[in-house]
Every structure is written in C-alpha cells, then in structure tokens.
Ligand binder design. Structure first.
Ligand code: SF4
Length: 340
C-alpha cells in the first residue's frame, strides 16, 4: 500500500482531477491528512462513503508506528518509529520556552560516515519516503496536546542526500493547505553536498540553513567528516556567502566540540578566520558520548573559553544545552539499542 502523503498539494490536486472528482476534494483530503489527524479513512466524513472505502482499500493512513517513547526529566522526548518494512527511525521533541521543536530524520542510517556520530557509524540502509518524513511530524503531533512550532531536519541521515523526498516534505510542511508552518520555522541541516546545495540555493524553498562544520582546518575536518574530501568546507562557505544575502535568515554553522580534538583556542581562531565577514550564527554543541565512541565530552571551561573568543571576534555564538541526557539522546542511540 502507498501513501497519499507522497504527493505535494499540486500532485494531490492532479490525483483528484484524474479520477474525475471535483478539485475541492484535494483541499478536503489535505485537511484530513494534515490537520485533523484521523484514525481511519472512515473519519473523512465530508467525502462520499464510496470514496472513503476506495481510499481505505488502496492507501496507508500512516506509514510509521511508535515502538518506543522516552520522556526525559527536562521534557525532551524521543520517539522511535518502525517503518512498514521493519526499519527504525528516530525523532526528538524539544520543548523550549514558547517553542516546541521536532527534530526529524530523512534516511534510515546515513552514508556520510561522520566519525563522532553513532548513526554515521552504523552505515546506510535506505532513504525515507516523503510520507515517512512527514509522518514523523503527524504521528508525534497525535501524541501531544500542544502544536509543534518548529521543525529541524537534523535527525538521522543527510537531507540533501535524499533531495527529492526532503524537498517534497518541506513543500507539505510549509503549504498553508497542508501542515502550514512558515519557512522561517523550518531548518535544514547539511554537511554541505555542493551540487544539491547549489540547487537548493538557486531554486529551493527559503528554509533556514544549518551547516555542520566541526573543524575549520581541512585536514582535521576530513579526519572526522569524509565529505570534506569531495566538498571542502571553504567551497561550501563561499557558495553560501554568494547566496545568503538573498535569503531572509543567515545560515547557522554547527560545531560539535570534541575534547582535545577541535576545542582549543587555536581552533577557535581558525574558525573565526574561516567565517570572517560572513553573516551567520554559530552553534557550539558539546559532544554527547555514546558507547564505543572514540571522542570525549569537552570540559565546560574549554567550551566557555571557545565561545568567549568567538564573541570577542564579533560572532553570534550559542552553546546548545544538553537535552535529555537521562534518555538515549544522542542521534541513533535508541535505534541502535533496538537493532541489537
Ligand atoms: S552527523 Fe549527520 S551527516 Fe554526519 S553521519 Fe551523522 S547523520 Fe550523517
């Protein structure tokens, strides 16, 4: 069975018209699929009974099932989903003041192989479909009373390595007739796959971009991020600096601090030189160790010194709070536990 959530709104309209139905049926279908979150096609009460039955016999309503939900003492929640073919993916719900952010995945595993990342160390299985990306949002929304305010595409997988499905999912997330979140509330994180990034910057939706940088020195970055060998961070930055003036929000650079590897003041100075003149935000993320990882969490004083140095060099720098440390919060940990 397939899912109607693999169709953007325009494709849903075409689907409806091809069946000889009135155009407004697409609007009704989208409202049920994305806003009312029903339990079955029988709930689509403004559609004729025959249409409901026809849909129910051919289409899946949800492509994911929750197999585990962990709730941290700080309010962070982790959802582990099973796909219809028995794979596992994770989403993380992060409440913060008036924001309720969901971090979603785009692939089962990842082929980027970042050394500090558990998902990257587990290899790649397959891309998620557009429906599987969107259903993480809808299934979590069904489990919570408050409305999600922000989506970050930063979970398992490299979103630009699953370009078509990720872009379709963003179209559904931001379409006022579907999930209806503003582009400003959607962030896409990438290691910097240059051909796809160029395509996104030239034609894609104006979501907030976040680039996983992690080491300013090319050979050091290549040691922890194999992507550096094909798509050097310097080229990614020059591409972004050409485009970012046209984009409403400046990009963010993510920097995972690894003790004794990339957390010194020399690294901070090199980072400041690399990003000099670029309107951007820097997020420092103290490494969250997982069993078997070859890196350690940085010392708190080193994190603060790193941040202060960059602030003195006039950058906007934030240290990401550690969330959900009492649950399996590192990306891929819960899936790993299940697969073992
Ligand atoms: S950090 Fe992101 S891109 Fe790198 S291996 Fe992990 S999931 Fe993939």
């Amino acid at each position: 069975m397939v899912s109607l959530k693999n169709l953007t709104y325009t494709e849903l309209e075409r689907f409806v018209l091809e069946r000889g139905w009135q155009r407004y049926r697409a609007y009704q279908l989208a409202a049920w699929l994305y806003k009312h979150l029903p339990d079955s096609f029988d709930d689509f009460t403004n559609l004729p009974k025959g249409v409901r039955k026809w849909l129910g016999e051919r289409f899946l309503l949800y492509s994911l099932e929750v197999v585990e939900r962990q709730i941290s003492t700080d309010g962070t929640q982790k959802f582990l989903f099973r796909t219809k073919d028995g794979n596992f993916v994770e989403s993380v719900l992060i409440p913060d003041k008036d924001r309720l952010t969901l971090c979603i995945s785009t692939q089962v595993g990842c082929r980027m192989g970042c050394r500090f990342c558990l998902t990257g160390n587990q290899g790649f299985k397959r891309n998620l479909s557009c429906a599987e990306i969107v259903d993480q949002i809808l299934v979590v929304q069904k489990h919570i009373p408050e409305r999600l305010t922000n989506i970050v595409i930063m979970g398992m997988g490299e979103p630009l390595d699953n370009y078509e499905n990720t872009l379709k999912a963003i179209s559904i997330i931001t379409d006022p007739r579907c999930i209806a979140l503003s582009y400003r509330k959607v962030t896409l994180s990438t290691v910097g796959l240059i051909p796809q990034l160029e395509r996104l910057l030239a034609q894609g939706p104006k979501v907030t971009l976040s680039v996983s940088l992690n080491a300013p020195n090319p050979s050091k970055r290549a040691e922890i991020m194999p992507v550096e060998r094909g798509y050097p961070i310097k080229r990614v930055i020059s591409l972004l600096s050409r485009y970012c003036k046209r984009w409403r929000k400046p990009p963010t650079f993510e920097y995972v601090l690894l003790r004794g590897f990339n957390d010194s003041l020399e690294d901070a100075a090199e980072l400041a030189d690399l990003l000099k003149g670029i309107r951007c935000k820097i997020n420092l993320i103290p490494f969250n160790p997982w069993e078997g990882s070859s890196f350690e969490r940085p010392l708190e004083e080193d994190v603060l010194a790193f941040q202060e140095y960059l602030i003195e060099r006039n950058f906007s720098v934030f240290v990401r709070k550690s969330r959900g440390r009492d649950i399996l919060a590192a990306c891929g940990q819960l899936r790993w536990k299940y697969q073992r």
